[in-house]
Each structure stands twice: as structure tokens, then as C-alpha cells.
Design a protein around this ligand. Structure first.
Ligand code: BES
Ligand code: MN
Ligand code: ZN
Length: 500
């Protein structure tokens, strides 16, 4: 879909479908809705007076102008109470409106920056949320939404005030590029693990690098062995697919810019290894590369937006498979910084591949490193699926910024403690640490494990409960069954606002 900005009166646009909004309790709409209503001879007020339109959340009203304006249909999306409006409500309302428009056969939608007027949301963010809502809501796999008459071709944000056009245009540009990053992440996570192998992910990264001018390094087993990445290689030992350690770099060599490193867990399938997972729901473990997918999406976006940062994206990718050559519980392995790790569970593989990636990040002397990983079921137990990701952070500024970006994007992250007490849980008799702290506090012990491999301001984001929507009952207008692309918008918002 194409996203555009256009100046003028919404009722004069030539789109086949107009989408305006209504707050709950409003009987005399103002702004674009009011202007459109007047152009329609009071049709919207009539719907309100008849009780056909209440402005409630999830409400989508449709009316037919029958020649009184160029558009074929008008849709009115409910935003709920004006006082309770936030960006997420705009996203959800727009998602429902756009999806309904598509069902009705719309090809060209014209709409406004929902919430920027009476809702008092900042204009840039309102435009962003409007586009995000449409894009997230309209996303589907090849097997979803098969009964739609076709795709929406253009979405135009119409702004009356000429003075504001620059800002609207910039918000449209930034958001449409970011949404392609989210689509990329969703597509990668939705792919089956026999297709989205480490080599496939490396090929995707190469294409992105070639298209948008990023530097790329892809390391295989031999490359990792030269660098003594014993933790990454231990997980890869049982893998039939060649592991790939992928590094994308934006603005490489620009020592005048701040360096930020993103790290994403790229387990293309997590069977648990010798510590085999139960068969039930094991198929969900195709999403164990969602951290890498989010980093890929964020790197593509950062490059296309030409963000003034030296940005490195590290994606250690491998399967975790049971195999005669696989690593065993009780093995002692050595990570690339020399720390030894006693394997308790081959299913605690994410922290192992991240360990070598976090050590690899040290060479850049970064101002911040952020890793995203579907790391622990314990995090899902603590925070709930699709509620918030767990955040562990060694730097207050970094933590505050990530929490703020989480709030803005509604890709929420919630601070959890990095107490040294968790170290006792991973104490080993035969190595510097074990790779599993057991059931209680499992999210804390995984984070304190990772911390041993960092020497820079660092944030670890456990996205285990956020990457894949698996239950109908948990669906939202923005995240339906399948991959969510969680993390891309969070990272892009954080990076765009980087200002240490
Ligand atoms: N990939 C899983 C974590 C996971 C669980 C992701 C649920 C998404 C949904 C991870 O590799 C894992 O198996 N973690 C173990 C760690 C334990 C063995 C210490 C877990 O959480 O049970
Ligand atoms: Mn695992
Ligand atoms: Zn895993």
C-alpha cells in the first residue's frame, strides 16, 4: 500500500472511501467530521441523532453520499471518550476502519490524523498512529483474509492547514518506511522453520544490505570457531542447518556518530535439543528468531531513514536440535570472553548464542546495546502474553528512554531487577556459571547470566510472550493470529529520538 499526505478538505478528495472519527457523546461534530457532515447535508448528525452512531470504541459507521461529494462511501470510526484518548486507541480504531473499508472493496482511502484535533494528540504522533493502525490491521499472510475483494492501494492523510503539511508529510514518510520494517519482521517470523533457516535469514540480510547500503558480515561455523564463540557453537553443534552469525552495519566507520548495537536472538527452531521440549505447541518455536527478525526490521528502517547513528545489528542464527553430535546437559563450554558455562539444559540455548553476540558487541565500544530475545517462559508467566516485554537494564537513562518508547508505540517494556542475588541461582561447581537457574525467578537468572558478557550500557528485552499471537481470544485489531513484529516500532522510536 502507498501512504500519502495531501492538503485540503477531506470531503473534496477523490478517494473512493473517506474515514473520519467521532468521540463518544458528541452530537455536533467539529473538525473534519463536522465539515464533512455539512457537505453531506447533516447525514452524520442524523445518524448520531438516530442512535446509529455513538462514537464508541470499535464502532465503524458507514454511509453513502450518493453523489453529494466525490467519495463513494464515508466511514466514521468511534474513538471513545475524548478525555481517555491515546495513540493506541487511534491505532485500533483505524485498524478496524481500514479493514472494514477493504471488506467493502475500497481501493483508495482518504482519512485524517485521528486525535490531532479535539483529541489533543501531537500531530506527528497522530499521523503515525493512524498509519500504523491501518498497516498493522491490514497485514495478513497468504492464507488469511482470502475473501477480501482486493488490497487497499493508497491511504492519504488529508490535512486542512497548509502550515502543518511539512510535519504531516514527514510523519507519513517515516511511518510508512517503519511499517515496511514491521512487515518484514512479521513475514520472517511467519515463515516455517524449513524455509526461514539461518542461511535464509543471511540471504535476506544481504538483500537489505545491497538495497539500502548497509555493510554486512556473515560468519559460518568456521568463522565462529576462529573467534572462539564456544557458546554459539555449542547450540549449533546439533543443527543440520549451517549456523550464521549475521552482522549488519549502518554508517560503518563513522567515528563522529554515536554507536548503538542491536542484538537479536535468531533460533530458527527451538526443539529444546537433548532437553527436548514437549511435542504440544512445539511448532510455536518457529518464532524463536523473532528477536533477530525485529533487529532486521529495525536495521532496514534505520538505514532507509538514514538515522544519524553508527548502528550495528547482530543476529546470531542457528537451530536448536537434538542430535548425536548435539551438546549435552553437563557439558562445560567456553564463551568468546573466556567464561566457562556448565550446561544444565540444552533448552536454555538463547542465552548461549546471545553471550557470544554480546561479547562481539564489545569491540564497538557502544554507547548502548539493546538485545531482543524470546528468552524465557518465566517472563511470560511474570508479565502475561501480549501485555509487556521484560526489560533488564544497567543504565537508568537507557531504561527511561525504552520505557517511554514502549509507552508511545504501545510495544511496552516493563523494568525488572538485575539483582546480584540471581547469580547464586546459576552458580556451578565446575564452571563460572550454569546456563539455567531453575524455575523460580527464571527470568531474573537468565538476565544476570547475560550481564556477565556485557561491559557497556545495556538493555535486555525478553519478548517471549510478545512475538507470536497464538490464541484467538488474545487478538487485537492490530495483532491477529501469527507474528506481531514486536520490537521494530519500539526500536525505531527509540533510535529516532536518540539524544544522549
Ligand atoms: N525459546 C524458549 C523460551 C520461550 C518460551 C519463548 C515460550 C517463547 C514462548 C527458550 O529457549 C527456552 O526454552 N527457555 C527455557 C529456559 C529454561 C530451560 C531455563 C524456559 O523458559 O523454559
Ligand atoms: Mn529453548
Ligand atoms: Zn529458545
Amino acid at each position: 500500500m502507498n501512504y500519502r499526505a495531501s492538503q485540503g478538505n477531506i470531503y473534496e478528495t477523490t478517494a473512493d472511501t473517506l474515514i473520519v472519527n467521532l468521540f463518544a457523546g458528541v452530537t455536533e461534530p467539529g473538525g473534519a467530521t463536522g465539515a464533512l457532515d455539512r457537505a453531506l447535508g447533516g447525514a452524520i448528525r442524523e445518524m448520531i441523532a438516530n442512535g446509529d452512531l455513538r462514537g464508541k470504541e470499535k464502532e465503524v459507521g458507514v454511509l453513502y453520499p450518493r453523489g453529494s461529494i466525490p467519495a463513494k462511501r464515508v466511514m466514521i470510526i468511534g474513538l471513545g471518550g475524548a478525555d481517555a484518548l491515546d495513540l493506541e486507541k487511534v491505532r485500533r480504531a483505524m485498524a478496524l476502519g481500514a479493514r472494514r473499508a477493504r471488506e467493502l472493496g475500497a481501493k483508495h482511502i482518504a482519512t485524517v490524523a485521528h486525535g490531532a484535533g479535539a483529541g489533543r494528540l501531537p500531530l506527528f504522533e497522530a499521523v503515525q498512529a493512524t498509519i500504523e493502525g491501518a498497516a498493522l490491521g491490514l497485514y495478513h499472510t497468504s492464507q488469511q483474509d482470502k475473501d477480501i475483494p482486493g488490497e487497499i492501494e493508497t491511504l492519504t492523510i488529508v490535512e486542512l492547514d497548509e502550515q502543518k503539511m511539512g510535519e504531516v508529510q514527514e510523519a507519513v514518510r517515516v511511518t510508512s518506511i517503519a511499517m515496511e520494517g514491521v512487515y518484514l519482521a512479521r513475514d520472517l517470523v511467519n515463515l516455517p522453520p524449513n524455509i526461514a533457516t539461518p542461511r535464509y535469514l543471511a540471504e535476506q540480510a544481504r538483500q537489505i544490505a545491497a538495497k539500502y547500503g548497509l555493510n554486512i558480515t556473515v560468519g559460518d561455523r568456521a568463522w565462529a570457531a576462529e573467534r572462539k564463540m564456544g557458546a554459539f557453537l555449542a547450540v549449533a553443534k546439533g543443527a543440520g542447518e549451517e549456523p550464521q552469525f549475521i552482522v549488519l552495519e549502518h554508517n560503518a566507520g563513522r567515528s563522529d556518530l554515536d554507536t548503538v548495537v542491536l542484538v537479536g536472538k535468531g533460533i530458527t527452531f527451538d526443539s529444546g535439543g537433548i532437553s527436548l521440549k514437549p511435542a504440544e505447541k512445539m511448532e510455536e518455536m518457529k518464532s524463536d528468531m523473532a528477536g533477530a527478525a525485529a533487529v532486521m526490521g529495525a536495521m532496514q528502517t534505520a538505514a532507509r531513514l538514514n538515522l544519524p547513528l553508527h548502528l550495528v545489528g547482530i543476529m546470531p542464527c542457528t537451530e536448536n536440535m537434538p542430535d548425536a553430535h548435539g551438546y549435552h546437559p553437563a557439558d562445560v563450554i567456553t564463551a568468546s570472553n573466556g567464561l566457562t558455562i556448565e550446561i544444565i539444559s540444552t533448552d536454555a540455548e538463547g542465552r548461549l548464542i546471545l553471550a557470544d553476540a554480546l561479547v562481539y558487541a564489545q569491540q564497538y565500544q557502544p554507547k548502548a546495546v539493546i538485545d531482543l530475545a524470546t528468552l524465557t517462559g518465566a517472563c511470560v508467566i511474570a508479565l502475561g502474553e501480549h501485555v509487556a516485554a521484560g526489560l533488564f537494564c544497567t543504565d537508568d537513562w537507557l531504561q527511561d528512554r525504552l520505557v517511554a518508547s514502549g509507552k508511545t508505540t504501545h510495544e511496552r517494556v516493563w523494568p525488572m531487577a538485575l539483582w546480584d542475588d540471581y547469580k547464586r541461582k546459576i552458580a556451578s561447581l565446575v564452571a563460572d556459571m550454569t546456563n539455567s537457574g531453575g524455575r523460580f525467578g527464571g527470568v531474573g537468572s537468565s538476565a544476570i547470566f547475560l550481564k556477565a558478557f556485557t561491559n557497556y550500557p545495556w538493555a535486555h528485552i525478553d519478548i517471549a510472550g510478545m512475538a507470536l499471537m497464538t490464541k484467538k481470544a488474545q487478538e487485537t485489531p492490530l495483532n491477529r493470529l501469527g507474528a506481531t513484529g514486536f520490537g521494530v516500532r519500539l526500536l525505531v522510536d527509540f533510535l529516532r529520538k536518540w539524544q544522549p
